[in-house]
Design a protein around this ligand. Structure first.
Ligand code: AMP
Ligand code: MG
Length: 487
């Protein structure tokens, strides 16, 4: 069979070759009774892979890492990380493998990666496995994020392994086949720095420059330029999260990419009611990774990246610190600019307006939403209609109508563009109660609700008849939503 017609070598092993100290050659555990649950056909085609072949038994074995193409050398990647603020010098892929790098149809290098492929030398106490629900959750949410135009790792497939996995109960096992522009993390740099091997750190930085921030290679100081690029990419990414109400849930430094893609969807969820203090994850007891804290945490994680890079920035430590601080100071203005531009677009306002006009408008709207417990996604979508003059539906979202009517009048006087608003304010996001319903059904063997949810959230701006249920907030009385890390 040929998964990718016309190619002699499907997967490269560049990471393993260039950074052997951070790559442990390893094999995926054999799946006893594989069953493909979901295949992302458009993504397969983008990668130059034949979807029909991927559905064949040998294709499914490829998606599980049980059939390794010739020349490929799967590895578990080493990385470190600050988890909830505490440093762990050795995390690494405990249940994941990098199968290798593939060149897509557009000539871009993409990692092909597995999650749930068995214990590795980094597994510590873990079983190395993953279960159907959380892997489908990553599939749905990452594909929804992609459709929203937010940089993210992608999901190529989720395959049930036929192996029961012990969690609180016995659950069906699964492997996620993931695609990323790379799996380099802030924690990768922390790992290299912690070894004290400057040559390794430099090779890692060179590898990152080549893969993600090629323009940094031309700069006077490529490593400082690399850091500045990561700062810019993360500032933009987190602003995009905030604009759609996405809460990552575990923003540890090992879950923060160098590419600026969203990675490692664990206890993530979308806001319903707008409230900056919102936390969904059951393990985030102090609210470290609350919705409203995400920009500050991203900046903190970038400070940890700066620390790891210091030896490459200058021989003199004080000089290195000064350079890093100056670059990191760009985070806040960049974040602010991305957020403000995004909010202006969400409100359909022309580009030319000055911040002094738009910022108070945005702040006042968000205060009204918070006070009303209004649903973030619905309110902005209903504002699209209000821009066309249909103000009653959105008035139903807000409690203080006197204040809101004043706000609406001032906003409408600026001439908001309803059609432009409908291109940036999604009608459909993977709402928590819908995701739970779809995953519960899928775990019990019924994939139809998942398919319907995927249809809705992968065309999020295109409002369609019959999908009202996907646009509506959770029914009252469901209680506070909690997500669990027991993945
Ligand atoms: P995460 O919370 O998914 O970002 O994972 C944090 C660390 O725990 C990483 O090193 C993972 O590889 C590891 N890990 C998570 N779950 C398991 C598991 N079931 N078995 C082995 N390692 C795991
Ligand atoms: Mg992780």
């Amino acid at each position: 069979m040929s998964l990718a017609p016309g190619r002699t070598r499907l997967l490269d092993d560049r990471f393993a070759r260039e950074l052997p100290e951070m790559a442990v050659p390893w094999q995926a555990v054999e799946a006893p009774a594989p069953r493909l649950l979901v295949l992302n056909e458009p993504l397969a085609s983008e990668l130059g892979l034949d979807p029909d072949q991927l559905r064949e038994p040998d294709g499914v074995r490829f998606l599980l890492g049980n059939r390794v193409p010739s020349g490929a050398a799967p590895v578990a990647q080493a990385y470190a990380g600050h988890q909830f603020g505490g440093f762990n010098p050795r995390l690494g892929d405990g249940r994941a493998l990098l199968l290798g790098e593939l060149v897509d149809r557009d000539g871009r290098v993409r990692d092909l990666h597995l999650k749930g492929s068995g214990r590795t030398p980094f597994a510590r106490g873990g079983d190395g496995l993953a279960v159907v629900g959380p892997m489908l959750r990553e599939h749905v949410v990452s594909e929804a994020m992609h459709a929203l135009g937010i940089p993210t790792t992608r999901s190529l497939a989720v395959t049930a392994t036929g192996r029961p996995v012990q969690r609180e109960t016995l659950l069906p096992g699964a492997v996620l086949t993931r695609v990323a522009s790379s799996h380099l993390r802030v924690g990768s740099f922390q790992f290299a720095a912690a070894t004290g091997d400057l040559g390794l750190l430099r090779r890692l930085a060179d590898h990152a420059v080549a893969r993600h921030h090629a323009q940094a290679a031309q700069a006077d100081d490529p490593y400082l330029a690399l850091f500045a690029s990561v700062v810019a990419a993360q500032a933009s990414l987190v602003a995009r999260w905030m604009l759609v109400g996405f809460v990552h849930g575990v923003m540890n430094t090992d879950n923060t990419t160098i590419s600026g893609e969203t990675i490692d969807y664990g206890p993530c969820a979308f806001l319903d009611a707008y409230d900056p203090a919102t936390v969904f994850s059951s393990i985030d007891e102090t609210g470290r990774y609350a919705y409203g804290n995400q920009p500050v945490v991203a900046e903190w994680n970038l400070a940890r990246l700066a620390e790891a890079l210091l030896p490459l920035l200058a021989d003199d430590q004080d000089r290195a610190v000064a350079l890093a601080v100056e670059a990191l100071e760009q985070f806040r203005p960049r974040y602010r600019a991305a957020w403000s531009a995004g909010m202006r677009a969400k409100l359909g306002l022309p580009d030319g307006l000055v911040d002094a006009v738009t910022d108070p408008l945005v702040d006042e709207l968000l205060a009204l939403l918070e006070h009303s417990g209004a649903d973030l996604t619905s309110t902005f979508r209903l504002l699209c209609g209000a821009a066309d003059g249909d103000v009653e539906p959105v008035r139903g979202q807000v409690l203080d109508l006197a204040a809101f009517d004043g706000w609406l009048a001032r906003w409408r006087a600026l001439g908001p563009d309803a059609a432009a608003m409908r291109r940036v304010n999604p009608a459909y996001v993977p709402r928590n109660h819908l995701v739970e319903q779809a995953l519960t059904a899928a775990t019990a063997g019924d994939l139809d609700p998942l398919g319907r949810l995927l249809d809705a959230v992968t065309s999020p701006f295109d409002e369609r008849p019959g999908l009202d249920h996907y646009a509506a907030p959770a029914p009252a009385g469901l209680g506070a939503y909690r997500t669990f890390c027991g993945t």
